[in-house]
Design a protein around this ligand. Sequence first.
Ligand code: EPZ
Length: 448
Amino acid sequence: MADARPFHWEYRPEPVAREVFRIDGGQPLTGMVTISGAKNSALKLFAAATLTGERCRLTNVPEIEDVRVMAETLRDLGVVVEHPADNVYEIASGDVEWLFVPLEAAARMRASFILLGPLLARFGRVIISNPGGDRIGRRPVDLHVEAMRTLGASIDYRNGYYFATAPGRLRGAEVTFPFVSVMGTENALLAATLADGHTVIRPAAQEPEVDDLISFLQAMGAAVERTAPDTIEVDGRKRLRGAEHRVMPDRIEAGTFAIAAAVTGGRVILQDAPCDDLAAFIEILRGVGVGVTCGPDSIEIDGAALHAGGYTARDIETAPYPGLATDLQPPTAVLLTQAAGTSHVHEAIFEDRLEWTTEIRRMGAKLKLTDGHHATITGPSSLVGAEVEIGDLRAGASLMLAALAAKGTSTIHGAHHVHRGYENIEGKFLDIGASITRDAEGTTVNDS
Ligand code: EPZ
């Protein structure tokens, strides 16, 4: 039944205050950092919670802007989203009244598109904006839309919005992707849990965050299994129940702080960090000469070699998991600026994810872009503080890493990008000895 009420949407997100980081670099970082819950799992778990009207409880949720945007987007649909304590959210989707994800939500966060599958599967219709997202490439969603059509949905695209309906119920099917898509896999998986019949998704993304989502869905009563490394199979259920889940640690945050220790010649223990989920990245660190010791739920990073013998250049190439995560390409590139010799970087996933390197060149990095997917880094180069501008979330964190390694003071504009995906990043850097302040345009807020 089409919703009779007009879609006049009063969605006025607060203007994001522009912030700058000021960092005095050059000193080794030492101590311990506790890794927060994974952004790229938590956002999907919120979406999964809309598959049931029963209450779901998520713990170890990172306190970051993207989670707040997702919570706000769900509340605007009529979902009850409570935040009873830090890092804890409770979600109850009993009375969803609007099946409309507006432009503003999608423009602030591409991951809002993950609501397509669950809302379509549970309610049979949704209007959702074509998402924006980080400035790292076109970021189309054609694979998501095709997967929904394969599951029986009809989807029209008009004036920037997808109008999706699933008369009756979605139907289980063979969903085959031309290449791996993380959120494409997750949207198909979420939709299939309530579809009528059996669904096979391949090649299914193998990122650990997908398995975190699978374990939450299983706790909700979904019949979903990873039956082969790149295959997920689902038997649709009529309904799912509420469940509780602890968000897995954020391997990208862990990798970011590992590079911070490596490029400052420090020694840092990453608590609650998943060695197993970082095998390709750790292999690169060790190949360059960084000391890495894996504990049961921690990783110790030793950057002593930076000043004794030095690091060795090596080539890197991003790939779907279990390859090197594209989100770790910018931090790893910062490490390669400190390695003796020539390193080749191949960013195979996104077409614009090397743009940020123009900024690191201002700090003295010797880096050449051969095309949108390839760069050559010659090192070691001694970095010096500079004034730089952040373009996207992961580039922002990487410019912070370069500033921590650089001699002198750096001013990094666009700090708000970093707060989208890293919980209390300045506080965590301060705890391991960094000299950093966060200025909200004109005033200095010293996070002591
Ligand atoms: C997820 O994005 C992550 N985001 C990204 O992290 C991550 O970089 C990416 O996976 C790759 O690991 C979240 O999980 C919220 P893809 P996603 O679909 O799912 C193309 C961060 O900073 N493609 O696996 O959007 C696409 O353009 C973010 O946390 C299509 O062509 O990535 C890319 O070239 C950045 N059509 C490739 O596939 C589609 O319909 C892989 O993208 C979808 C994707």
